[in-house]
Design a protein around this ligand. Structure first.
Ligand code: PEP
Ligand code: MG
Length: 889
């Protein structure tokens, strides 16, 4: 096996093997951009190392071989005392992972070569600064020494100089810092800092391999659903220096605005600085445009390169670059992360610019982004007390209590508090807190700072670089420029779309994308217009190409109407249980307590007109489109008083001697209906079979409502759905009764009523006998909530709280099967039942109405299986439309 690739040997399609960074460095090398020479150790080597605990055979020799070629090409030897080659060792997995250790710079420096570097560069100060940086990074990353110990030593030096900038430190300061750092290493590890350059390099390589399994990397992967077994590549790159003086520097840039998608030049530049200083937000950067004044030649070349990269990648790219004494070097590029809004806007722009076609644009956005764009925003009319303005790093409106550290963020959010994590700047150790927080606010760092990049990736609201705020992490408070103090626990509202920070809770309003779907356009403004136009174009195309229909789960006329505006092609699940609550509970109670047919019928006939009106409303809202009404599903005890409460009430009444007859009967009934496992008990079709007249009352209400709508000139398409069927016999009995009622109502009303009668498939037995069941069903609708519950034997109401977090942590599954369909297990039954159902009845309509109907990954699966439609909550309808379109491309 070949474990090492020179940059010239790779290309951008080799991300699996070379990681994202390595593949793109290779690509840039091959299209002739100025990349410092180097090579990449493959992810395969990393996987072998992680499996065996030892580098694979031959790796050492291969690295040595590539290193000598690198040395020959440059004409310097690694760590040569007289004229050293220095390298950086950089991790680079297939997917960018800010949770991982990134880089060790200046490998090859030691007590001797530091002099060589001084001579070579003409700067003692620079050489000693570089050496202390090496020990610091190496100590922290490779040797696992707490970073603060080095930071503190550096701070002490600065304080001694009476300055807060490392630019004021002298050669001597750095020389003594090197001694101090070496002592820290010795104290912490019992060994000296390794002087041998090859040893430094191989230790750094191992550390990068090991960092794949660092806790925060594991956490980040879980959050981003990145597979745990990919491993990382390692890039060895010849050093170029941005800290050689004011004619040097380092920067980050985007080819378009990653927040809004607008075209232009976006980036940050920092003069006389090295590597990660910009991303870490250590010193404040200047906008990239200012580079034009600082170094025109490099600036022009950079713009040229950015244009080349965009054309080459046909997408927004982000880049890291360094200028060494007026010479521009590209250190990294990749297709850049962007906000949800920018994803739509950019995809649309690229179509306009002829770089991609519309189908590609549809592929490049996703339902999760669309869902994000449908989040509410702050009410522009509301009174707000603005206390600062930072950068709009990641959009959204977040309200929460202020916390100043990750630990508290996690703790408070576990107990149900919404929190805003406030930090001076974030680093990878803050990941936990960022995940837990509603939003992130920092006082330092630009749009490319750690906080901004990570928040955007997570879709979290973030305002960064709010410099007016003085953040006192230790004192758990922040102070505004006007002297206002905000303590831990106080409420702030932050607007990631414009960078505003407000005191207190600001009310939120709907998004322009929601307004667009609703057919009203209230949010004015160019940015909203551009976004809405992009969404419209992409949604239109998705609708054109998709094979899946999209319906909504709606139980009220209002929900049905909203769903229809959102593009729903009918109601796939109208749950009738909420129609039995409120004032109507008394009728249900009477029904349950009835001793005689008369009592029962009287209760049912009180419910009938109420139900009929419910259905008239929904049929009217969905006029011309199918409405699947599901007959009553939950166990009846859900409509009765709580057993404990009632028992206490009756006991107290009895003690007082005034127990009331009705309560006593009720208590009896509650006891009779009490079940240990109500979810597996008297519910669904079983109710219809056991409670005489219940289902026929509902069917009559549906039929009469349809007749009434028809008579009024409407065009209702009612479908009757029987829940929790396990065997065709159940369905046959209910079906026969329903058909009788339909025929009766047709006769009575003089309207021709044809309603499809079908069933939910939500028990394994139903799926396994789908061929038989299709004999009595004109449609199937998979109830994947119950099907997941019964296939796994997981209680859908309890497990998420009980033990799913442990399961997720142990990697038993990456996501709850109640959220994304378990395709191997539950999905297999869905496929089988669809095939066997259709074999028995070719015109069988098949859909899904569990929560999975609106989940992007699951929608793709349902498309593959060839279902006719998915049905989901109204708000998810646009997401399902888009994903159904993407699945079809
Ligand atoms: C289901 O079980 O998937 C379903 C849609 O029904 P409910 O959620 O009402 O049980
Ligand atoms: Mg169900």
């Amino acid at each position: 096996t070949k474990y090492v690739y020179d940059f010239a040997e790779g290309n951008k399609d080799l991300k699996d093997l070379l990681g994202g960074k390595g593949a793109n460095l290779a690509e840039m090398t091959n299209i002739g951009l100025p990349v410092p020479p180097g090579f990449t150790i493959t992810t395969e080597a990393c996987r072998a190392y992680l499996a065996d605990g030892e580098p694979p055979d031959g790796l050492r020799a291969e690295i040595a071989d590539h290193l000598s070629r690198l040395e020959e090409g440059i004409g310097r030897r690694l760590g040569d005392p007289a004229d050293p080659l220095l390298v950086s060792v950089r991790s680079g997995a297939k997917f960018s992972m800010p949770g991982m250790m990134e880089t060790v710079l200046n490998v090859g420096l030691n007590d001797e070569s530091v002099h060589g570097l001084a001579a070579q560069s003409g700067s003692e100060r620079f050489a000693w600064d570089s050496y202390r940086r090496l020990i610091q990074m190496f100590g922290k990353i490779v040797l696992g020494i707490e970073g603060e110990r080095f930071d503190d030593a550096l701070e002490d030096k600065k304080r001694a100089r009476g300055s807060d900038s490392d630019l004021d430190l002298t050669t001597d300061d750095f020389r003594t810092l090197v001694d101090a750092y070496k002592k820290i290493v010795r104290d912490a590890t019992g060994r000296d800092f390794p002087q041998e350059p090859a040893e430094q390099m191989s230790q750094a390589v191992r550390a990068v391999f090991d960092s794949w399994n660092a806790e925060r990397a594991i956490l980040y992967r879980r959050q981003e659903r990145i597979p745990a077994d990919l491993g990382t590549a390692v890039n060895i790159v010849a050093m170029v220096f941005g800290n050689l003086g004011m004619d040097s520097g380092t920067g980050v840039a985007f080819t378009r605005d990653p927040a809004s998608g607008a075209q232009g030049i976006y980036g940050d530049y920092l003069q006389n600085a090295q590597g990660e200083d910009v991303v870490a937000g250590i010193r404040n950067t200047v906008p990239l445009q200012q580079l034009a004044d600082i170094d025109r030649k490099s600036y022009d070349e950079l713009l040229d390169i950015m244009a080349t990269l965009e054309r080459h990648y046909r997408d927004l790219c982000d880049i890291e670059f360094t200028i060494e004494r007026g010479k521009l070097w590209m250190l990294q590029t990749r297709v850049g992360k962007r906000t949800a809004a920018a994803a739509y806007v950019i995809a649309n722009q690229l179509v306009d610019e002829g770089m991609i076609d519309l189908d590609e644009a549809v592929r490049r956005v996703n339902g999760a982004q669309l869902a994000q764009l449908m989040f509410p925003r702050f009410d522009t009319e509301a009174k707000k007390e603005r206390i600062a303005r930072g950068m709009n790093a990641s959009p959204g409106a977040a309200v929460g209590r202020v916390v100043f550290d990750s630990y508290t963020a996690v703790k408070w959010s576990r107990s149900g508090e919404k929190v805003i994590l406030v930090r001076r700047e974030t680093n990878p150790d803050d990941l936990n807190g960022m995940i837990a927080a509603e939003g992130i606010l920092t006082s330092r760092g630009g749009k490319t700072s750690h906080a901004a990049v990570v928040a955007r990736g997570m879709g979290k609201t973030c305002v960064c670089g709010a410099e007016e705020l003085d953040v006192d992490t230790k004192g758990r408070r922040l102070t505004t420029r006007d002297g206002l103090v905000v303590e831990e626990g106080d409420v702030l509202s932050i607007d990631g779309s414009n960078g505003m920070v407000y005191r207190g809770e600001v009310p939120v309003v709907s998004s322009p994308v929601v307004e667009y779907f609703e057919g009203r356009q209230e949010t004015a403004g160019a940015e909203a217009d551009v976004l809405v136009k992009a969404v419209h174009r992409i949604m239109t195309r998705a609708d054109e190409v998709r094979c899946l229909g999209v319906r909504a789960n709606a139980d009220t006329p209002e929900d049905a109407a909203r769903a229809r505006r959102f593009g729903a092609q009918g109601v796939g699940l109208c749950r009738t249980e909420h129609m039995f609550l409120g004032d109507r509970r008394q009728h249900v109670e009477r029904l349950i307590l009835a001793d005689t047919d008369d009592e029962r019928e009287s209760a049912l006939s009180a419910l009938l007109p109420l139900q009929r009106d419910d259905f008239v409303g929904i049929f009217t809202a969905m006029n011309g489109l199918p409405v699947t009404v599901r007959l009553l599903d939950p166990p009846l005890h859900e409509f009765l008083p709580d057993i404990t409460e009632l028992s206490v009430r009756v006991a107290l009444a009895e003690a007082r001697g005034d127990a009331n007859e009705n309560d006593l009967r009720l208590l009896q009934a509650v006891h009779k209906l009490h079940e240990q496992n109500p979810m597996l008990g008297l519910r669904g079709v079983r109710l219809g079979l056991v409670i005489p007249g219940l289902f026929t009352m509902q069917v009559r209400a549906i039929a009469e409502a349809a007749a009434q709508c028809r008579a009024a000139g409407g065009n209702p398409h009612a479908e009757i759905m029987i829940p929790l069927v396990g065997t065709v016999q159940e369905l046959e009995i209910i079906r026969a009764e329903a058909e009788d009622v339909l025929a009766e109502v047709s006769r009575e009303s003089g309207e021709q009523l044809h309603c499809l009668i079908g069933t939910m498939i939500e028990l394994p037995r139903a799926a396994l006998t789908a061929g038989q069941i299709a004999g009595a069903a004109e449609f199937f609708s998979f109830g994947t909530n119950d099907l997941t519950q019964t296939v796994w034997g997981f209680s859908r109401d309890d497990v998420e709280a009980a033990f799913f977090s442990a399961y997720l942590e142990k990697g038993i599954f990456g996501v709850s099967p109640f959220e994304t369909l378990d395709t191997d297990g539950v999905g297999r039954l869905v496929r089988l039942a669809t095939e066997e159902g259709r074999a028995a009845r070719p015109e069988l309509k098949v859909g899904v109405c569990g929560e999975h109907g609106g989940d992007p990954d699951s929608v793709h699966f349902f498309h593959q299986v060839g279902l006719d439609y998915v049905s989901c909550s109204p708000f998810r309808v646009p997401v399902a439309r888009l994903e159904a379109g993407r699945a079809a491309l």
